[in-house]
Design a protein around this ligand. Structure first.
Ligand code: TYD
Length: 134
């Protein structure tokens, strides 16, 4: 689907456990300027509900499971993230809804810019107007 990619991370496992490195501009396609994580989400909560004007993102489910429904204005696809060696890359102009958070889920998000509320597109009609014509 356009503007969306699943990236496989290199998980290094031995009898002491697993280690997964992420190198900027190598394992993911940008320099990281901000990191945030989402925890303690009640199982019936829905997060996201917006797209971005220019921000790219990488989302990794470190623990648990979440359903992520994506829409680029032309196609829709639903992913279940439940493996910490899989990263979901979203370019801008992808509407993202996250739900079905299993108890204990930890989502790590890597982004190339500082937080900027003005980069959000929170109105679906406005998003569709822009992205359906790309
Ligand atoms: P929001 O983007 O709405 O979260 P989600 O998309 O997961 O539903 O952000 C929730 C709150 O956190 C909102 O008040 C903005 C704030 N926030 C920051 O202060 N910095 C950040 O980097 C992010 C992503 C959000």
């Amino acid at each position: 689907m356009k503007n969306v990619k699943l990236l496989k991370l290199n998980c290094i496992s031995d009898d002491r456990g697993s280690l997964t490195p992420i190198e900027a501009c190598k394992d993911i396609p940008f320099e990281i300027k901000r990191v945030y994580y989402i925890t303690d989400v009640p199982e019936n909560s829905i997060r996201g509900g917006h797209a971005h004007k220019s921000l790219e993102q990488v989302i990794i489910c470190l623990n648990g499971s979440v359903t992520i429904k994506l829409d680029n204005g032309q196609e829709k696809e639903t992913f279940i993230l439940d493996k910490n060696n899989t990263a979901l890359y979203l370019n801008s102009h992808v509407w993202c809804d996250m739900y079905n958070f299993k108890s204990g889920t930890v989502l790590l998000v890597l982004v190339p810019e500082y937080y900027d509320k003005s980069d959000y597109i929170s109105n679906y009609n406005e998003f569709f107007e822009i992205s359906s014509k790309e």
